[in-house]
Design a protein around this ligand. Structure first.
Ligand code: GLN
Length: 436
């Protein structure tokens, strides 16, 4: 699709907040390179890419979809962006999102909500809503999202595309504007597993600018080349607690059909149990409130933009106020310390499960996306979307989503989780499933 056509069609979808006005000249440069020598071109060779609006791209407006940063023009590239450029990826623009990545619906953007191209009239999911919608609408070949508690996987599921959150530390967070730094990971979103794996290998690997980024020893540079479809030697777990939390029968059917397919293809399915699943959401949100409060202290209006509390939306303000309250010394023992303990408990429970299985399967979301414009005033109802996705962030493990079918004509993704640093195995299982 030509850039002019993307711009025209995006008027209906609102996947982008700003376009890269240098796209045409970037494209010409890559065409020139391709003619001269393909090998100079890097791995992406002109693939069109969307970047979520919380990652720095030099010369573009990085707004986090908030009025707070509405006029902030970045002067440097995040490491992931630098690597995409080095590999001749073409940046189409900055994608829409929930404000500061706080949300699961794509509706809290200061620049208006994103529409779901695959299920018109329903939210696209969030917070990487624009990245998912841009891929689903065919505007880009791939996109970057960030995932703190499901923001890559939730919109991937609702929009019918592939999304992958790597192991914590596989991808550099340098140049990402934090939501909660102990949970955030950047990851790829694409139409298929192969393209997602290709984008991952471009962005993954050690970075001197991010101390939490792991040394790969070269292991992260061939994710797409190493893909294989064999499900036969893999042991898949599914927890009975998942079924109890799915509130939509259509989703349950799609997920169980997917599991049956894996079983027919030779994958071994075993029942596992996650008895403390019910504490995952409060554990996650307490961690997020505290870390987000701390991350937003630099947004005081003195250096750039506005003071965040003066202009932000309701959900962002709620997190700042609660984060501040929980962080007070006299409250530390009541909430945050307990949340840290609960996180350790969940992590242990998950690593116990992985002693006996290769992949943990689960639904991505427990309910179908609500209708665009439907007012959800209870935050708990919004938070409920995240129950199956926060586990991977709390435990730091890799997790990806592949379209598994439709429930009530709405795309539904099956989630694949793996052991820390088992990213290749998870991608292989996803690839195997995609090819059934
Ligand atoms: N929906 C979750 C939240 O609101 C996840 C957000 C994310 O992953 N960025 O925190």
């Amino acid at each position: 699709m030509e850039i002019s056509e993307i711009k025209e069609k995006d008027k209906k979808i609102n996947a982008f907040i700003v376009f890269n006005e240098k796209f045409k000249s970037d494209e010409e440069k890559i065409k020139g390179k391709t003619k001269e020598n393909l090998s100079d071109c890097g791995k992406l060779k002109g693939l069109k890419t969307g970047i979520k609006s919380n990652m720095n791209v030099s010369g573009l407006k990085i707004t986090c979809a908030s009025k707070t940063l509405e006029n902030y023009v970045s002067f440097y590239d995040a490491t992931v962006v630098e690597r995409i450029k080095q590999n001749s990826g073409l940046i189409v623009g900055m994608t829409n999102m929930d404000e500061f990545a706080c949300g699961s619906s794509g509706e809290t953007s200061y620049f208006n909500p994103t529409q779901n191209p695959s299920a018109p009239g329903h939210i696209p999911g969030g917070s990487s809503s624009g990245s998912a919608a841009a891929v689903a609408a065919g505007f880009v070949d791939c996109a970057l999202g960030s995932d703190t508690g499901g923001s890559i996987r939730n919109p991937a599921s609702h929009c019918g595309i592939v999304g992958f959150k790597p192991t914590y530390g596989v991808v550099s967070r340098y140049g990402l504007i934090d939501l909660a730094m102990s949970l955030d990971q950047i990851g790829p979103m694409a139409k298929d597993v192969r393209t997602a794996a290709l984008l991952l290998e471009v962005i993954a690997g050690q970075d001197g600018k991010d101390a939490t980024c792991l040394n790969s020893g070269g292991n992260f540079s061939s994710f797409h080349k190493n893909l294989n479809t064999n499900l036969k030697n893999l042991k898949f777990g599914y927890a009975k607690e998942f079924d109890e939390l799915i509130s939509d029968i259509g989703i349950k059917n799609v997920i169980h059909k997917g599991i049956d397919k894996i079983s027919s293809a030779g994958g071994e399915i075993v029942n596992v149990s996650l008895p403390d699943l019910n504490i995952a959401l409060p554990t996650y949100y307490l961690n997020v409130y505290v870390e987000f409060f701390s991350a937003t202290r630099k947004l005081d209006g003195r250096r750039y933009g506005y003071r965040i509390e003066d202009v932000c939306g309701e959900e962002v303000l709620r997190r700042i106020i609660l984060g501040k309250f929980i962080s007070q010394k006299e409250n530390a023992g009541s909430y945050y310390r307990k949340a840290i303990m609960a996180r350790t408990l969940l992590k242990k429970e998950i690593s116990e499960i992985f002693k006996n299985i290769d992949i943990l399967l689960s639904p991505t979301v427990p309910k179908l996306p609500h209708k665009t414009g439907e007012k959800i005033s209870d935050p708990m109802v919004m938070y409920a979307y995240d129950i199956f996705t926060v586990l991977a962030n709390l435990a730091g493990i890799p997790a990806g989503v592949v379209p598994a079918g439709r429930a009530d004509r709405i795309p539904t993704g099956l989630q694949f989780m793996g052991k820390a640093l088992g990213d290749q195995k998870v991608l292989n299982a996803m690839y195997g499933f995609e090819n059934l």
